[in-house]
Design a binder for this molecule. Sequence first.
Ligand code: NAP
Ligand code: MG
Length: 499
Amino acid sequence: MVAVASSIERAAAGIKSSAVLDFLRKPKQLLIDGKWVPAKSGKTFQTFNPANEEVLALAAEGDRADVDEAVKAARRALEGKWSSIGPHQRAGYLLRMADLIEKHVDELATLESLNNGMAISLANRMTNGAASTFRYYAGWATKIYGETNPSDPSMFNYTLREPVGVCGQIIPWNGPISMFSWKIAPALACGNVSVIKPAEQTPLTALRLGELLLEAGIPEGVVNIITGYGETAGAAIAEHPGIDKVAFTGSTEVGKLILRASTGNLKRVSLELGGKSPNIVFADANMDECLPTSLSGFTTLSGQVCCAGTRVFVQRDFHDEFVERLTTRAAQAKAGDPLDPQTTIGPLVSKEQFERVRGYLDIGKKEGAEPKLGGDVRKGKGYFVDPTIFTHVRNDMRIAREEIFGPVASVIPFKDENDAVLQGNDTTYGLAAAVWTNDVRRAHQVARALKAGTVWVNCYNNIDPISPFGGYKQSGIGRELGKQSIDLYTQVKSVYLKL
Ligand code: NAP
Ligand code: MG
């Protein structure tokens, strides 16, 4: 314990918030059936601060046996107390949760930044966004309707929209608080129960949110939190015969494993996967807006964003000037201390990601792309990578096809609208895309032609819980957020009554 305590002092050096320090010092256990318990195996794993590589905490290493307990508790809640709780009361829990998140926004954002490395300003925005998501789905709880159908006069036929049941929810490390809200809020609004597994790199904020859910009065067993590894705890969730639906956000590779594992009991599956999103810039665009937004499009969260605009397509005549101007701006945007309010780019989340990005920078150079800016990772403590801009990239190079998940963009010229759309769509992914132009006809035509779940016109990375988010092609199955999430978390029953 002494070793852990001194490690916390080093890992969270400079943190004054007693709420954050108190939380870090507490044991990190699993939430099962409304109680905090150690993993049955007694095992724990280390979680780090990626800005200084120090151990921030030990978390319980849940595995199959803990998932089993959590699924039993969830099933009991679903078939017991939770099923008798009406929509107004469910809305009440979600509203209280939104209030609690806002009340603790500084603490949550600091924890998120410490564990993930994200810039504190972004952590604050994303935490407030999570409160909005809880509030938005609180509104839905009382507005989930069935229908009466125009049946034969001898019949009365109506539909009921019912919860899917026990939901297994597996979330990634990029935006842990945000991802928790996207999964838990709609699931509970629709009357489901959850077994949720945060990513191994970032278990902490999910645990703090678990405490807040209990404070909001959520009955025991409705939300169970299992920290642990994907290959064990995650795989157990994906396969579990007692889980009715699995919702996953993460890599396309693991998404395919989840889909395969779901066949045992034909779980409902929704997947939010990777992307290689095109950001298409026409020469007539407003450059004062386009340049800073295109930069943040691939550097926000150090580029560890599924919808990052990493392929920047620029109209040929304007390409060289655009590259100059983007490079000048990007050169000023260095990665720095994530807890400094002025910082816009923090470190990458882990050593693994750091090595992965370093690998892609080498691959890009070997393939013949030229780093106009950057091109290497930083030396020293912490997983810092400054922005890299590659030119002389062909759309068939690996750096233009594969998800790098670092602050790395490839700038590629295009001839005209048709060429921009052809190149933009030439990818196995289809999560997001953007088009910059002042020509309204062209904006709508290109938005229609792009094969992506979200298209931004003259903006980037805007996400609001009112609007669906998800992928075309190998970027996923299903849509989260908006009313589409209500479809994911409900199933329809048709009732015939003979008159
Ligand atoms: P990942 O393995 O797909 O992780 C996402 C979640 O799935 C984590 O909770 C993970 O648990 C879990 N998981 C891993 N293997 C599993 C399995 N066999 N069965 C069930 N669950 C499993 O992603 P990663 O390894 O963290 O990152 C690798 C790459 O994926 C990144 O470089 C990036 O390109 C991409 N990625 C994309 C997104 C996105 O939002 N689209 C998010 C994260 C990563 P553990 O954390 O415990 O392993
Ligand atoms: Mg993993």
